[in-house]
Design a protein around this ligand. Structure first.
Ligand SMILES: C[S@@+](CC[C@H](N)C(=O)[O-])C[C@H]1O[C@@H](n2cnc3c(N)ncnc32)[C@H](O)[C@@H]1O
Length: 244
């Protein structure tokens, strides 16, 4: 189950756009097929793209990797890739790491109001995502240096292992697992790797649909009133904390 606040009008509009997209794909030449994707991008998705761009600009002068916890289809990872190619084409140290089970929620708590397996996707999607990201990497300068990593599995197992060998700082950590337990645990684990100016982003903070994520953020940061929970007006679903 995917939680959503879409109105019926939005759902109908998306279906209409999808019909037009099918028609377009059936008739456009292969060479032009990707050139006009912005013809179909809905306003909300454009807002997300602009919000990710805004966040990326905030870390350009802060060394460190980008991590997304709960990357699912990996759309944000593709955006970070192309923003890296645009804003810092020679920064081969800006690795982008995506974590997910790629089989949906492994387990859920009572507060999460969800069930295990929600957000499942099709088999071996992680392979396809790695290939897509490799293509985006190749499309930027110094594309011969691989700068992406996809880590499949429950974060309770994969993140401690990853951090054991991690000799890097984290400039941007993006949380979108929706759930209480893995969000809290990951915050605890990554905190020592953040530096001044690092950004920690929450996809669903202060959102009643995802009480688990909000509670994890409060339980971890809430008691420190030196942190400000920033919002992004054109995409209010995201909140972020800047480490001071
Ligand atoms: C809302 S989706 C992520 C959406 C994605 N960030 C996007 O922008 O399209 C939540 C994801 O968190 C992942 N997830 C939840 N708990 C996890 C855990 N313990 N370990 C790894 N991934 C987890 C799920 O598999 C799911 O794909």
């Amino acid at each position: 189950m995917i939680k959503s606040r879409k109105s019926n009008d939005e759902i109908n509009l998306t279906a209409e756009l999808k019909n037009k997209l099918d028609l377009y794909l059936a008739n456009v030449s292969e060479k032009e097929v990707l050139d006009n994707l912005h013809l179909f991008i809905p306003r909300v998705i454009l807002s997300r793209v602009l919000a990710i761009n805004f966040l990326y600009q905030k870390i350009i002068h802060n060394s460190g990797i980008i991590m997304e916890f709960g990357c699912r289809f990996g759309g944000n990872l593709a955006l970070y890739n192309n923003l890296r190619g645009m804003y810092e084409p020679y920064n081969y140290t800006r690795k982008i790491i995506g974590f997910d089970t790629f089989s949906g929620f492994p387990q859920v708590g009572q507060i999460d109001e969800a069930k295990a397996g929600d957000y499942d996707i099709f088999q071996n999607y992680d392979h396809l995502l790695s290939e897509i990201l490799a293509l985006h990497n190749l499309g930027s300068p110094i594309g011969h240096i691989e700068k992406n990593e996809i880590i499949k599995g429950d974060i309770n197992e994969t993140l401690p292992k990853f951090l054991e060998n991690c000799k890097r700082t984290i400039s941007l950590a993006y949380f979108d697992m929706d759930l209480y337990q893995p969000t809290l645990k990951s915050l605890e684990l990554i905190f020592p790797f953040l530096s001044k100016g690092s950004i920690v982003v929450f996809d669903d903070f202060n959102n009643d649909l995802f009480k688990g994520e909000s509670k994890a953020v409060f339980d971890f940061f809430g008691s420190f009133n030196s942190y400000k929970y920033n919002s992004i007006p054109n995409y209010p679903r995201l909140s972020y904390i800047e480490i001071v």
